[in-house]
Write a protein that binds this ligand. Structure first.
Ligand code: AMP
Length: 174
């Protein structure tokens, strides 16, 4: 682990039993609140991006925070993947399974096309369902996924197994 990552670990706060009993929520707000830590985190993420990438695709909602900062630092454009009913123009949607029930993610249909190459970013990889759905969404528009980036990976949940075929990188692992 890099020195930066060791330092960044100090800014992740564990919140037991949130949003429900038995879940330990990894709270990134202390990291966001510290200018040096946030900048160091985004800088580390930028080092993981290949130079032929066209766009950063951020997953609602915490993926927007890191994705937008990363887009600014790298000079790449940012594309949001959102929960249903939030994007105003024509959307392409994907339904995916959660532990209990189903969920849906949407992207603007004209945001990407064949030949584009993107990096997907979210704050945290848990079971991998959200990232897997986002990869499918991007690929269904004809674009390629260069890699998935996460600030945090919960390795014990083995979410990366669901993302096989796509390089997966994290800054911090638990
Ligand atoms: P998953 O689809 O299971 O990989 O879940 C990933 C999404 O849920 C990400 O957008 C995370 O922000 C959120 N998430 C899941 N588990 C946690 C956790 N323990 N702490 C914080 N966020 C989480």
């Amino acid at each position: 682990m890099s020195q930066t990552a060791t330092h960044l670990r100090d800014f992740i706060r564990d919140i037991p039993n949130f949003p429900k009993v038995g879940i330990t929520f990894k709270d990134i707000t202390p990291l966001l609140a510290n200018g040096d830590a946030f900048a160091a985190c985004v800088s580390e993420l930028s080092c993981l991006i290949e130079n032929d990438v066209d766009f950063i695709v951020g997953i609602e909602s915490r993926g927007f925070l890191f994705g937008a900062a990363l887009a600014q630092l790298t000079g790449l454009g940012f594309i949001p993947v959102r929960k249903p009913g939030k994007l105003p123009a024509d959307v392409h949607a994907i339904d995916y399974e959660l532990e209990y029930g189903m969920d849906r993610l949407e992207i603007h249909r004209d945001a990407l096309s064949a030949g584009h190459k993107v990096v997907i970013i979210d704050d945290l990889l848990a079971t991998g369902g959200t990232a897997e759905a986002t990869i499918n969404l991007v690929q269904q528009l004809g674009a390629k996924v260069s890699a998935c980036l996460f600030v945090i990976e919960l390795e014990f949940l083995e979410g990366r197994k669901r993302l096989e075929g796509t390089p997966v990188h994290h800054i911090l692992a638990y």
